[in-house]
Design a protein around this ligand. Structure first.
Ligand code: SF4
Length: 279
């Protein structure tokens, strides 16, 4: 029998749960398909579950194919100001499920951009949340993770972070900015849910023989959890669901204690299935 421990705060965060609940609640009111602008969350199992409930992802360039009064949901990652304006000009029913914490970043970025600050986003330039944030300062932000290219930064800067960024990356980049900029306004916008999840995964991974990190392969916060756990526990695996947990892994006699954590877009049912398979 293995000893299996689930890390605190594993799985759905407040913003993701809110978006999924909202989508299901709205679907309950309409007897037709509804749409999400891009996949609602970075988890294929959940996206497939939503499709079974007639909730489909659609890209911005395809919204002209929708009918008047069709419903479209903005996901928790949020969108740029331009995208929001495009949506508002349509005859679609728009439901904004942007996480309030992300919306708060949009407001800060817009305010300081209008005040003449150069915006720096500590995060991944390809992540939809960061693309959305950049769209509140005219797509002019410097987006970085390492601080290597910071020599060119302006004197007056406003720094924010992707909500799922690692605390250590934020601190590293700020240390660099302090050396090159004179006037710095910094908002640590890393979401507390992310911080708590990362810290508890880090602690747990120090005390187990193997770690299982559950979440979409396209989920950046899950990938970060994997990286954190791997630093402490060599036998860390990243899986999307129970199908990715091999019998070989479970039957390994050297593995007596297994830690489990999951990204913000991993639903409870997938975590429970994985734990029961390992049990
Ligand atoms: S991680 Fe935090 S900011 Fe991002 S959606 Fe979840 S609750 Fe909102």
């Amino acid at each position: 029998m293995k000893e299996i421990t689930l890390a605190d705060s594993a799985g759905f965060c407040f913003g993701v749960k809110r978006a999924v609940d909202k989508a299901l609640e709205i679907k309950g009111k309409y007897d037709k398909k509804i749409y999400t602008l891009g996949p609602l969350i970075h988890n294929n199992d959940v996206v497939n579950f939503l499709k079974e409930n007639l909730i489909y992802p659609i890209e911005l360039e395809d919204i002209t194919s929708l009918e008047d009064n069709d419903t479209i949901i903005i996901r928790s990652h949020g969108v740029s100001e331009e995208t929001l304006n495009i949506l508002k000009k349509t005859n679609l029913n728009i439901v904004d499920a942007t996480c309030p914490y992300v919306e708060n970043i949009h407001k800060k970025v817009k305010k300081y951009y209008d005040l003449g600050y150069h915006i720096i986003i500590v995060g991944d330039k390809n992540h939809p949340e960061v693309i959305g944030i950049n769209g509140w300062c005219n797509d002019c932000a410097v987006i970085l993770k390492s601080g290597i290219d910071i020599e060119t930064t302006a004197n007056k800067v406003c720094v924010v972070a992707q909500t799922t960024e690692r605390q250590s990356t934020w601190e590293h980049v700020l240390t660099k900015i302090i050396k090159v900029s004179k006037e710095i306004v910094a908002f640590n916008t890393i979401c507390s849910a992310t911080e708590v999840r990362q810290k508890s995964a880090e602690e747990l991974s120090k005390n187990v023989d193997a770690m299982v990190v559950i979440g979409g392969f396209n989920s950046s916060n899950t990938t970060k959890l994997y990286e954190i756990c791997k630093q402490n526990c060599e036998n860390t695996i990243h899986v999307e669901n129970i199908l990715d947990i091999s019998d070989e892994f479970i039957k390994d006699e050297n593995v007596k204690k297994i830690g489990v954590t999951a990204g913000a877009s991993t639903p409870d049912w997938i975590i429970k299935e994985a734990i029961s398979k390992m049990n």
